[in-house]
Each structure stands twice: as structure tokens, then as C-alpha cells.
Design a protein around this ligand. Structure first.
Ligand SMILES: NC(=O)c1ccc[n+]([C@@H]2O[C@H](COP(=O)([O-])OP(=O)(O)OC[C@H]3O[C@@H](n4cnc5c(N)ncnc54)[C@H](OP(=O)(O)O)[C@@H]3O)[C@@H](O)[C@H]2O)c1
Length: 337
């Protein structure tokens, strides 16, 4: 089968960073399903793992977002049948989706929204799992609207995660959403997905919140550069408010700043369940299934920004380069082999 991989940790423009290769098709056993991958999308995590040394220099296949068709099932599979159309992010410790066929544990996959083609479905899983877990599990926001009217500041609103987090926070949480975006097109994208207000992350955030009538906010979801925004976040969070980030802190995170406000801080990492094979791994199937139903009923829209064909080394390299610029709006998807 075709795949795109590399043997070394390399920068995006180095020739061997992306190689078109032929490898054996894997076989489904246990709870794994074998999926014929029809479309993939690329996330910043792909670019981070690509640059991470792998000592044994064996073939590494990136890619943690896919939509495709089940072609075989392991002997313990009970949730899917051959022919089902599925979407999933997969597991960071397993070979990724940049291959014609991929194994994935049934508990972290779901039937794709039937109203979407493979490309639009592939845009969704990784960012949806991240946004869902961050909002409803880490921040504990009620999905039934019990927290309706509370305010959330989302830093980095137009990116892949923000594009779906805005929609989920509005449709299921009924929150007042203040998203940050630094350009007219990224601000328009956030508003089109349900943000009530946009402010510019490169300007004075507390002053812009003040101008909107908010001296502080109930929740902060920081989708980028937490260390850089930490002082601002601790200034604008309400007493007993809640903060979640999906990115690493590095060395500048002084959690003591939260003590006077008794505020809560949480990390979200969407691979936690699959990496640690937690007992509730099938919650990922549940949340992706619920999202698919909301897409099919028109409550949510896909977050596709651009679609490129075919899936090959040249095109994956182009998308990595775009994502590394940090100005993506929505998701970049690749379709067909
Ligand atoms: N923990 C997890 O499970 C998890 C899951 C998914 C992603 N992540 C990580 O979360 C981060 C965001 O992911 P993503 O997919 O949303 O990324 P993305 O799609 O590449 O985000 C692009 C957006 O980031 C905004 N941005 C760039 N620099 C910014 C800054 N200094 N301040 C605020 N916003 C800025 C840009 O907005 P403007 O163009 O308007 O400036 C752009 O729209 C990445 O580091 C990714 O690796 C973690």
C-alpha cells in the first residue's frame, strides 16, 4: 500500500522529510478495524512529531485525522462492520493516517457524518475531541445550557481547534464567546462559527474586554502560547473561574498567580485516553458520534479551510509548511491517493 513517511527528524524543506513509500498492508486483530483511508487532515502535532528525533530511524508515518471505509475487523470488534464509513484521529503511539490503510481501535473511531464527504469529515476528529474534552470535561461546562450566558475567552479562535470549539461552546453550552483573531478574515471566520465578539490577540486584551463590558470572564480556553498569555489570563479570569490550555507551558507558568482567585487550571491532551488505554476510551466514540449527529442535523458545520489532492509527499509537505506559519484558518485536508 502507499504511505508517506520519513526515517529521520527533519525540517519541512529537507528532501527526506516526506517520502512516498510502499509498505505492507496491516492486518486487523483484537479491537482494531482496518480502514481504507480516503481523506486525511494535518494538525500542528504532525509538524511537532516530524521534528522529534526517533533514535531507531525506522519508518515513521505521521497523520492523526482520517475518514475512510472499514475493510476488515479484528475478532473482538463489535461496534463496526465492513463497509462502514468512519472518521477518527487515532493514537499518537501508533502509525498515523498518512497511509492507504490504517488500523485503529474501534473505541476511538465513529461513523462519519453521513451528510459529509470524506474530506469534510476528515477535517474534524482530532480538533473535535480536543475541543469537546476541554470544554465539557476539563472546564466542566454543562452541555445542557446550565452555564448558559457565562463568558469564555478563546485565545486563537480561527485555528483548527477554535473553529469547532466556538461551535460546541455555543450550540451545547450557550456561552457568550469572545474569540481572539488578529486579521479581518480570521475574525470573520470566528463570527461565522458563532463567536459573539472577536478581539485582537496582538493588542491589549483586558482593555478590549473592558470595551465589551467584561472586566473578567468565567472561562479561558487558551489554544496557543499559554506562557505568553499567562499574566493576562490570570488578570481577566473571574474569582473561582476556570482555565484550560491545550499547549505546553514551558518554564514561565507561575500557578501561584491563581491562588488569590481560587481559580482552576487544567491541561487538555486529546491522546490521553488512547495513549493510556483508559477504561473510558469509548467516550471518544460517543463524542464523535454525537458530533456526527449534530453535523447531520445542521447544528454544526465542518471546519474545512482548504482541500488538496492527491495525498502524497509533495502535498503533505506544502500543508506542513502552511501550518508552521501559524496562520491557518480552519483545517487543511488532503483527499485521494
Ligand atoms: N493538547 C491537545 O490535545 C491538542 C490538540 C490539538 C492541538 N493542540 C495544539 O494546539 C495548538 C493550536 O492548534 P490548532 O490546530 O488550533 O492550530 P492552528 O490551526 O495552526 O492555529 C492557527 C491559528 O492560530 C492563531 N494564532 C497564531 N499565533 C497566535 C498568537 N500568538 N496568539 C493567538 N493566536 C494565534 C492564528 O490566528 P490569527 O491568524 O487570527 O492571528 C490562526 O488562525 C497547536 O500548538 C497544537 O499543536 C493540542
Amino acid at each position: 500500500m502507499k504511505a508517506v513517511g520519513s526515517y529521520k527528524a527533519l525540517e519541512v524543506n529537507e528532501a527526506e522529510a516526506f517520502l512516498d513509500v510502499e509498505i505492507d498492508k496491516p492486518e486487523a486483530t483484537g479491537r482494531d478495524i482496518l480502514v481504507e483511508v480516503k481523506a486525511i487532515s494535518v494538525n500542528p502535532v504532525d509538524t511537532k512529531v516530524r521534528r522529534r528525533p526517533h533514535p531507531d530511524e525506522t519508518l515513521r508515518i505521521l497523520g492523526w485525522d482520517a475518514a475512510g471505509v472499514v475493510t476488515a475487523v479484528g475478532d473482538e470488534v463489535s461496534m463496526f462492520n465492513v463497509g462502514d464509513e468512519v472518521y477518527y484521529a487515532g493514537c499518537i503511539t501508533k502509525p498515523g493516517s498518512n497511509s492507504e490503510y490504517q488500523l485503529v481501535d474501534e473505541r476511538i473511531a465513529a461513523k462519519k457524518p453521513s451528510s459529509l464527504g470524506f474530506a469534510d469529515a476528515a477535517a474534524l476528529p482530532l480538533t473535535t475531541i480536543t475541543a469537546w474534552e476541554a470544554l465539557f470535561e476539563r472546564l466542566g461546562i454543562s452541555k445542557g445550557g446550565k452555564d448558559g450566558g457565562k463568558s469564555i475567552l478563546m485565545i486563537g479562535g480561527a485555528g483548527g481547534v477554535g473553529s469547532i470549539a466556538i461551535q460546541l461552546a455555543k450550540k451545547l453550552g450557550n456561552l457568550e464567546i469572545i474569540a481572539t483573531a488578529s486579521r479581518e478574515e480570521s475574525a470573520d471566520w470566528c463570527k461565522a462559527r458563532g463567536a459573539d465578539h472577536t478581539i485582537n490577540h496582538y493588542e491589549d486584551i483586558p482593555a478590549q474586554l473592558d470595551a465589551l463590558g467584561h472586566t473578567n470572564v468565567d472561562y479561558v480556553l487558551c489554544l496557543t502560547n499559554i506562557a505568553g498569555y499567562w499574566k493576562t489570563i490570570t488578570d481577566v479570569i473571574k474569582p473561582a473561574g476556570k482555565i484550560c490550555t491545550i499547549v505546553d507551558f514551558f518554564k514561565d507558568g507561575n500557578l501561584d498567580l491563581l491562588k488569590p482567585k481560587s481559580a482552576t487550571f487544567a491541561f487538555e491532551f486529546m491522546f490521553t485516553r488512547s495513549m493510556h488505554q483508559t477504561d473510558d476510551m469509548d467516550e471518544i466514540n460517543a463524542l464523535l458520534s454525537e458530533t456526527a449527529a449534530m453535523i447531520d442535523s445542521g447544528e454544526l458545520v465542518t471546519t474545512t479551510g482548504d482541500v488538496i489532492s492527491p495525498i502524497n509527499a509533495d502535498n503533505i509537505r506544502k500543508v506542513h509548511a502552511t501550518i508552521e506559519e501559524g496562520r491557518a484558518i480552519g483545517k487543511y485536508v488532503l483527499e485521494g491517493w
